[in-house]
Design a protein around this ligand. Sequence first.
Ligand code: ATP
Ligand code: MG
Length: 404
Amino acid sequence: MHYSEIMIRYGELSTKGKNRMYFINRLKNNIKHVLSVFPEIRVTADRDRAHVYLNGCDYLPVAESLKEIFGIQAFSPVYKAEKDVELLKKNVQELMLSIYQKGMTFKITSKRSDHSFELDSRELNQIMGAAVFAAIPDIQAQMKNPDINLTIEIREEAAYLSYENIKGAGGLPVGTSGKGMLMLSGGIDSPVAGYLALKRGVAIEAVHFASPPYTSPGALKKAQDLARKLTKFGGSIQFIEVPFTEIQEEIKEKVPEAYLMTLTRRFMLRITDRIRQERSGQVIITGESLGQVASQTLESMQAINAVTSTPVIRPLVTMDKLEIIEMAQKIDTFNLSIQPFEDCCTVFAPDRPKTHPKIKNVEQYEKRLDVEGLIERALSGLVISSISSQSENDEIDELLDSLL
Ligand code: ATP
Ligand code: MG
């Protein structure tokens, strides 16, 4: 016997009333996307369950992927067996012997979807239960919280057996809460912020500001690799690179150093907001958290945030650095994030940025710059690429080659 499919139970979406099918279809497509590295696999979904048909594909790597996909409550690998009572008894015995350990209790939960099958679910429970006792005389039956709950389902084409229940990632299927623009640097924080937005069903597009030649192709690749790490939670991500060199040079030249960071951030937010508008996103997501660096005082946030009324979601705002690092390790972005490539903010970082910038001063300094022209030119140079789990070796390397 071998696993033929994985049966998936939905999470919170069961509470979503008439939107249920929308959520389910979204989840199905996300599963397809993430599992597209396994070409043999087929995915179906109905109101109660989704099914991943392995078609000979190895179970373990598929299970590892499923554990990450938001919107899955739990899943079970399923054995396929013949719809023959005697053969089924043997399969049940074989399976139970392979998992039984002394002292374990069990129950059998049968379901007959094919009503032409000779035994109904009650008879199945009895006959298969008796087969288990025949193979393992010491075993105890227990209806409430047994150690082993062996489910048997008789369908049109075959019988299916399963006993494991593996916990999924929970959360909501990515995309069911709309779309946000994730401001993705190469740092530790923004990928974690993206992960948390994905968890609540927000699809993300990554906006990354690059200032070549001050920032290297390696810094860009690092941000793209971070975006790729986030695809395992729900599917491909559009990566939008913004040319930021001109703006940073202008600010550096015309604005007092203490205000450089505030102005830079205001430009980033304005540009991200324009991209959001064009691409029909609803919110902006950043990795800001309180008190880490000068830009992250409440006064700073206020001065930066003043350029837009679009909601800016800051999932990390009240988290400690250590908590964020722990989460970055859990989602496997930490080691990438600490690679030493300077991003545009560190290159131009002033020694002592203002922690309490005054809006009046900020606006005064901005008058020295052609704000609209700078934004327009940056927007006209966007480079957009689609990042998926497989694109690792082709698309991105091509991009890198063209830059080197
Ligand atoms: P991170 O670890 O995410 O880089 P940080 O602790 O370094 O954050 P800041 O440098 O103040 O903090 O950046 C705050 C937020 O601004 C980042 O989390 C990110 O959302 C956004 N940001 C900063 N630099 C860039 C960039 N080059 N491209 C896109 N977004 C950026
Ligand atoms: Mg940073």
